[in-house]
Structures are given as C-alpha cells and as structure tokens.
Design a protein around this ligand. Structure first.
Ligand code: DGJ
Length: 730
C-alpha cells in the first residue's frame, strides 16, 4: 500500500516512526527503541518490513490502522472516536488534509500535526503528537463538528438527512499507541483511600483490560501508568511501554489485544452520556495522553516522567520542611496552642507551617462550613495575622488549607445558593463526608470562590495553599436540567487554578484529595506538590511512595513524619522508620510536637538536618528501586545525576523469608567508579535481630559494577526498620 514519506523522530533513546497510507491519517510504524540515524531508504524498507499481507477470510487488502483507529478503515478494536449525530455519522473515516512535521533534530524529538476530515460525517480531526526531549510521547486530539455534513454516513439516513445540523455527541475520543507482540504482561496500579497506588499484574491476553474512572477525580485506584512489557519486567529490567492520561476528571486507560494479534495501549477522558455534544463549528479537545518506552524497566520509565516534571517549574526554591497541623490538632485550633507547635517546629528546623482544615467560619467539625471562606471570628478574633506573624518571626513561611470545590449543605453559601451545587434527577447527590460539590461552571459560584481565595492571598502573606478535594463526583449535573458536568467542572477547576496562579505567581499549591486521590499530570501542570496519602504510617507509605514514584519525582510527593502511633492504622513505629521513610519525599512533620519528648524532638531535628543537607541529591537525583529477591526487603534510593553520590534505604517491610539475610544490590551507580559505602546517620541504628553485619561497622570500598551485581549483605533488620546507606565516589 503506498505510504507517504515516513517521518522519524528521535529523543533520549526512543524512536517514533510514522507513515500514512495514501490519503489516510498517519499510522505508527514503530514506537520504542531508538533505531539510530536512518536514511529515507531504510525507513521505507522498515515500513515494508512490518507490513502484513491479506490473509484468508479477511479484508482483501492490507489494513494499516491510523492513529484514529477508524472502524471503517478495518480496525476491529475500540475505535479512536465513537459517537454519533442523531444516529448518523457513527463510523467516520478521516482523509488526511495536512501533515506538518517539526523535527527538532539532533535527537531532541519534535512535533507532528496531522489533520483529517470526513466530509460525509461532517467531522474534522486534528492530532497533535510530540516526542519530548526526555523521550516521552504525548498526544491529544481535537474534534470539530464541521458546519454541516454533506451527506449522512449510514444507510439509515433518509432524504431529509436526520443527522444534519444536529449536534455530534461524542462517546469517546481516545489516543492509542501500539505495542509489539513481545509485550505479554500488563502492570498498572489500583488501591483505595489510605492505600493508594497498589500494583497489580496480569497477562496481556486477547480482549481488553479497561480501567474506567467515574469518580470525577483522579482516584486512589487510578492506573497512574498502564504498562505492557516483556515477561517479568521489573524496575531495572525488561522492555516496557507505558501510558498515562493527564486528566483529573473521569478517565479511561485500556490495554487491548485483538485476535489479529495487534495490541494497543489507549486512554483518554471518560465522557458521561451526552456530556460533550458538538454543535456545528464547536470543538472538543482531549487531555494529553503520555506514553513512555524503556528497555531497562520501570525505573527508566519513571526517569522520563521525572525529568519532564522537573522541567516545568525549574525556578522553584528547594522543597521546604513542612509542619502540617492536621494530625497534630485536627479542628482544635487555638492561637496559643498553634504558637507552641510552631515554636517547637521551628526548633526542629521546620521551614513552612501549614494551617490545615478548621480556620474558617462554622468549621468546628467536618459537617459544616465548607464554602464559607472567611476567617472564623470566634476562633481567630484578630484574624490569622497574629499566627502568621509568629510563624514569620520564627523564620518560617505560612501555608493555608482550602477546599474550594466543595460545600457543606450546612453553610451560609449553600443556604444562600442551593442551586449552586452539582446535582441531577431532582435530588441531592449521596452525601460524602457531609459535603456536596460546588458547580464551578456557574459564573457566580466561580467568581465567588476566585474572589475569596484572591482576597485571602492578598490580605495575608501566604506562600502555599494546600488545595483539598474530599469527595467523588456523583450525579454531577449542571442546572437547570442536570446535564452531566464532570468535564466542564474539571476545566473550571483548572481555569481557577490557572487564574489564581497568574494573580499570585509566587504562591505554591499542593494537590490533595482525601490524601492522594488527585495525582496526575493534568493537575501537576498547575500544582507543585501532591499529598500522597492520608495514611502516614511509614509501612504503608513505603509502598505508596514506591509506586507514586512511577510518575512523580520525590520532591513532588508530600511525605510527613507522624506520631509514633499511626492515626490511620494504629501501628506504632520508631522515629527512624517514620523519618527515614519521609526523607525520600517532600519532607514534613504532622505530629503534635508538644507531646513529643525532648529526646524525640532532638532526634527529629537530626533527620531534618539530614534532609536539608541531602536535599540537592534527594530532589535532583535519579530514583532507583531494586527488584529484591525477598518481597519483605525493599531497596530504593536516589543517585546523583553525575553518579558520584547516592543514598539508599534498605527497608525491612516484614519478617524475612530466610534466617540469614541475602545480599542486596545497590543499583544505578557508575560501573567504572569506586565508592565508599557506609551507613548514614541518623538512619544507621535500626533494631536488629542479630549482630551487626560486618560492613555496616566501618564501611567498604567497592566499584559501582560490583555494588550493582553482587551488592552487600543485608543486615538482619527487625520488621518495620530501615537502614540508610550512602555510596560516595572516591
Ligand atoms: C483530607 C486531607 O488529606 C488531610 O490531610 C486533611 O487536610 C483533611 N482532608 C482536612 O479535612
């Protein structure tokens, strides 16, 4: 089949080769390992090399599915676009109208813009692809209902052309990337509140593995990444192709293998019935869908996302040590109490004091007040000024909690504007945490929230907003007819964040949602940190942070030292386990320090000092995770970009499998460099089952290759203990 001249973009070890069958939108010929510097002849032979021939009982000519995966063009999996115009135009087939390639050259990636039209269906499609410098492939599509359809696309059309002029209702518009037959396993993340982002693996068999989110927010069980790979792929090995949907509303990610053998990863926004209806001339644009490839396992996939995220706000100052008041005092706010907490925090080295939920009118508990964004005159008779001054005098920044998208029915706002709540069917949505969702697509509601937040940020010197969101969006209908509104609400939230950031560019924003339920690249385009989970039990956190790292670098992941006894699980842990876990994140404290002993506060200060000392390494290095031989023992670390310094944590999650611990590998070092390996105080004295392992007493000098291949003997740690290990180039 004649193809247009193939296009080859390269970046950071990744190649993307596209070609278009005559008149069609482009197809992906290859997305994966770098093919090197190919000339036109080799590229065209590559297209021939992968082309199939017709087989018995199938189409009479070869089918090359375009990026739009049109059913009409022979794609028998999920089409890229599903929808209809009053029952017509349901099977579009786009003809290429323009192809614009910007190859940045020198392995720096580039962009491809392809537009197509189906005049019979009255639809135009614009596909944008970018291979970023760090080797991420991202794509989005814009669908336009062109003015009128010139003909109806189905046999059901009558002479009156029933679909003509009617809106085109989009059911789904998704992006896909092909994966080769060697990718036989899938991995994605699931989870629940307090245990977000738990991995699950399954074989990639014929059929679809589809992850559909109807929570109206990203969710604890969002896939984060959906990866397909070679058998047994792990953190440090295997070929992996992965996908992430950069969207904070309803979304879908799927892996589909057809009986033809073709396989794709796909994803996009999940639209509710009738949610997007395009009148002639109207358009819909999908979220960006990111795809990453690696031939060295999941760490290399993570590294691409980390580099990308680090590039988006490089001017941000180092991530400060936070003290958050939530688990310290909950709703029990009082100037004297918080002043003492701030004083003890400053003594420990805290740099940012964050006043959590409970500071605004009527908010003495979680059943009232959301929406009334005025400082409570009873709790704070002189406003927040006195507390903020104290915090500043102690040398810390001040941060404030808000939950702008939510309303308690028991609030002045809900009483004044009952019609400002999202609802449908003539009923109130099921209450959740006693709250409902404010319809931010209503200009009055949007203006009120923008005005209140703007007023607070203008009146007070606030460096940071912790932006919370504590319920799923059910029955999220926009009045007066209760039409589905998660799509529009998500855009309104993004607009609100963008507008506030442009008015207050120095204010940082944390994305929190019942803990870690809004973690995605859509929200991270406009926020600076996520709260990874409401569970700060370090044992749970080891897993949550390990897998949140699949997308986010440590400095974007809020990680706090809680009280000795976890408020969410009831488990009790040593301070070294709590702090050594929080160290590998955006470090903070969420503990009522007035109840801590002087010894505990002194030890905490030592951990804060270590965090500050190692912050450039922790927040600028490469995250590494080992494929441990024993699931009870996890190894992870951060290696400096020049690989001359690294910090590892050897984490005993559970009782070990073997009586004598095995060796653990320290990955990511320069194989040609010799390192001094030693334990790192204050993470050097975990509770042991037996004698200290010899090397932990006075260190070792070993090459990077030996440390990666042989490793070191793990100490016999008691369960729920960790040891910090430093490797520094000689
Ligand atoms: C949920 C958050 O995850 C917590 O950290 C805390 O801010 C509460 N909301 C406050 O209501």
């Amino acid at each position: 089949m004649p193809l247009s001249d193939p296009v080859h973009l390269r970046a950071a070890g990744v190649s993307l080769v596209l070609a278009a069958a005559e008149g069609a939108l482009p197809s992906v010929v290859h997305w994966g390992a770098d093919l090197g510097d190919t000339g036109p002849a080799e590229l065209s032979d590559l297209c021939r090399a992968v082309e199939s021939a017709p087989v018995p009982n199938d189409f009479d000519r070869t089918v090359i599915p375009s990026l739009a995966r049109e059913h009409a063009a022979g794609w028998r999996g999920r089409p890229g676009l599903t929808g209809h115009r009053d029952g017509t135009a349901w099977s579009p087939w786009f003809r290429l109208t323009a192809l614009d390639v910007d190859d940045r050259g020198a392995g720096r990636g580039g962009t491809i813009l392809a537009t197509g039209e189906d005049t019979a269906a009255g639809l135009a499609l614009r596909l944008e692809l970018e291979l970023t410098a760090e080797g991420l492939l991202r794509q989005r599509a814009t669908l336009t209902a062109t003015a009128t359809a010139t003909a109806t696309a189905t046999a059901t059309a009558t002479a009156e052309q029933p679909g003509d002029g009617a809106p085109f209702v989009i059911d789904a518009l998704t992006a896909t990337v092909p994966v080769p037959p060697v990718a036989t396993e899938l991995l994605d993340l699931a989870g629940r509140w307090g245990r977000e982002r738990a991995p699950q693996r399954l074989p990639f068999v014929v059929g679809a593995h589809s992850r559909e989110n109807r929570r109206g927010r990203t969710g604890p069980d969002a896939p984060l990444i959906l990866a397909a790979g070679t058998p047994g792929f792990g953190f440090r090995h295997g070929e992996v192709w992965a996908l992430h949907v950069a969207w904070s509303g309803n979304h879908r990610a799927y892996a589909e293998r057809l009986s033809t053998g073709a396989a794709v990863l796909g994803g996009g926004e999940l639209l509710l019935p009738g949610e997007v209806r395009l009148a002639p001339g109207e358009t819909y644009t999908t979220p960006w869908v990111y795809a990453a490839y690696s031939d060295e396992g999941l760490d290399a996939i993570a590294a691409r996302f980390h580099t990308h995220l680090r590039g988006r706000r490089p001017q941000l100052p180092p991530r400060p040590v936070v003290l958050n008041t939530w688990e310290a005092v909950y709703f029990d706010q009082d100037l004297d109490r918080l002043t003492e907490l701030a004083r003890l925090g400053a003594e420990a080295g805290v740099e940012r004091f964050v006043l959590d939920d409970g500071w605004f009118r009527h908010r003495r508990h979680d059943r009232a007040g959301l929406g009334d964004w005025y400082v409570d005159e009873h709790v704070w008779p002189k406003g927040l000024g006195p507390l903020i001054s104290t915090v500043h005098d102690l040398g810390m920044e001040f941060g404030l909690w808000v939950e702008p998208e939510m309303v308690n029915p028991d609030s002045d706002l809900a009483r004044a504007h009952p019609d400002w709540l999202l609802a449908t069917g003539g009923r109130q949505p099921l209450p959740s945490r006693h709250q409902q969702v404010l319809d931010l697509t209503r200009p009055g509601a949007y203006a009120y929230i923008l005005d209140r937040l703007d007023a607070l940020l203008t009146e007070y010197d606030i460096a940071y907003l912790k932006w919370d969101h504590n319920r799923d969006l059910l029955d999220a209908g926009h009045g007066p007819h209760g039409t589905p509104s998660v799509h529009a609400q998500t855009h309104a939230v993004y607009r609100l964040l963008d507008e506030l950031r442009s008015r207050h560019p120095r204010v940082e924003i944390e994305s929190c949602s019942s803990g870690g339920l809004r973690v995605d690249l859509g929200i991270l385009e406009r926020t600076d940190r996520v709260w990874a989970s409401d569970c700060i039990d370090p044992l749970e956190r080891q897993q949550i942070q390990r897998w949140t790292a699949q997308l986010l670098p440590p400095e974007l992941v809020g990680a706090h030292v809680g009280a000795p006894r976890s408020h969410t699980t009831g488990r009790t842990h040593d301070l070294s386990f709590r702090a050594g876990t929080a160290l590998f994140g955006s470090f903070g404290i969420e503990w009522n320090l007035t109840t801590a002993t002087p010894d505990e506060r002194a030890e905490l200060a030592r951990w804060v000092a270590l965090y500050k000392e190692l912050r450039p390494l922790l927040h600028g290095g490469t995250t590494v995770r080992d494929d441990a031989y024993d699931p009870a023992l996890a190894v992870h670390g951060v290696v400096a970009p020049d690989r001359r310094d690294a910090l590892y944590a050897l984490v005993q999650l559970d009782a070990p499998l073997t009586s004598v611990p095995g060796t653990v590998r320290l990955p990511g070092l320069d194989p040609d460099v010799t390192y001094r390996v030693s334990v790192q105080a204050p993470g050097d004295a975990p509770a042991l089952r037996g004698q200290p392992t010899p090397w932990t007493t006075d260190g070792l000098v070993l090459g990077g290759a030996t440390l990666a291949r042989v490793g070191v003997r793990a100490p016999a740690l008691n369960p729920e203990q960790l040891l910090l290990v430093r490797a520094q180039a000689l």
